[in-house]
Design a protein around this ligand. Structure first.
Ligand SMILES: *Cc1c(COP(=O)(O)O)cnc(C)c1O
Length: 345
């Protein structure tokens, strides 16, 4: 096997969904935008549908089309970007539910797809998507007259439980929806962890399903094993890789493994104390990460295995993301197309 291996544990994913679901008394949907946070929306959603998930969220109508093809008829598929110009056909033919974000989208939807299911996204303070309080006050009646299936909003700071923005948005969302007999949704992963007042009728976790912060109890879902292409012995003073960025301080054995920044293993991972692992033995990344290759100090090993593990139970998504100066979401969605993928479960 000459390409790096990405193993995705669907049993762990399902367990994360079940455990998040058990924290609430409401429905738990699943967010599978960006191709299931890079892990394959179709497979992820099928596994979750089997476990009982009935509703899925994607970012764009085109993602919804791919997901409908994978899931078949039945499960709900909702689109955060709403009903954009050019989406009408896709929404209709693939039974996608747009979360309408503006008066413009509402008019487009009611005119082109009368009677077609929709939800409304409300802006409770994040200022990214959805109708603002004044707009909603003015046109909410029209939307409610057409029987939306969901009123939703999104929290900007849910990963910081003590942030005052959480209570502020909760209050605004309550004010915008009080007395309305339509199912409501406010919480993503972070919102589930904030507690029951944030749960309403439906929660929409994404990152927690895939094993990332802020759901610290998540089981790891993705793992990476990088094949060793070549091993060489260096004398003290010899350098490794572009820019001579690492110099051996002692006689050293260096393994070159097949993966690099084109596989989402950012250049920023060098000199951060990130290790690869041969079993329990850490072998640090040394020198610059190049496009297709990473060099690793395997001096500690008596035998160099065929693969070195980079992402595993010990060194999870968030550790690698922190080292690269990013977040688990970006790390996962950057992994790219070159891996040999194996799905467990
Ligand atoms: C991405 C997203 C989610 C899921 O968020 P996580 O933090 O990954 O759980 C939920 N709702 C909206 C509107 C989103 O954009």
């Amino acid at each position: 096997m000459s390409t790096a291996k990405l193993t995705i544990n669907l049993d762990a994913l399902v367990a994360n969904w079940r455990n998040l679901n058990a924290m609430t008394n409401c429905e738990t949907a699943a967010v599978v935008k960006a191709n299931g946070y890079g892990l394959d929306a179709g497979r992820v959603a099928k596994a979750l549908a089997q476990a009982g998930a009935r509703n899925f969220f994607v970012a764009a109508a085109e993602e919804g089309v791919a997901l409908r093809r994978a899931l078949g008829a039945g499960p709900g598929i909702s689109v955060f970007s709403g009903h954009m110009d050019g989406d009408t056909r896709l929404l209709k033919d693939f039974q996608l539910t747009p979360m309408l974000n503006s008066l413009e989208q509402m008019l487009r939807h009611f005119e082109s797809l009368p009677g077609h299911a929709f939800g409304v996204q409300l802006d409770s303070g994040m200022n990214r998507l959805g109708m603002e309080p004044a707009e909603w006050a003015a046109v909410g009646e029209i939307a409610l007259g057409q029987s939306p299936v969901l009123l939703m909003s999104h929290l900007a700071c849910a990963d910081e439980p003590a942030h005052e923005m959480n209570a502020k948005q909760l209050k605004t969302f309550r004010e915008m929806t009080s007395g309305i007999e339509v199912p409501r949704s406010l919480a993503a992963t972070g919102g589930i962890l904030l507690g029951p007042e944030y749960h309403f009728d439906l929660c929409r976790p994404g990152i927690g399903l895939y094993g990332g912060r802020p759901y610290l109890d998540a089981l790891p879902v993705a793992s990476l094993d990088l094949p060793v292409i070549q091993v060489r012995d260096l004398e003290a003073g010899e350098s490794v890789g572009y820019g001579n960025a690492w110099i051996a301080k002692r006689p050293s054995r260096i393994a070159t493994v097949a993966a690099g920044y084109a596989d989402g293993l950012q250049r920023a991972l060098m000199n951060t104390g990130i290790d690869t692992f041969a079993g329990e033995t850490p072998c640090p990344i040394v020198g610059r990460v190049s496009m297709d290759l990473i060099t690793v100090d395997v001096t500690a090993l008596s035998d160099v295995p065929s693969h070195l593990s980079l992402l595993n139970e010990r060194q999870g998504v968030d550790i690698l993301a922190d080292a690269a100066g990013t977040i688990g979401y970006e790390f996962l969605t950057s992994l790219g197309h070159r891996y040999a993928r194996t799905y467990l479960g």
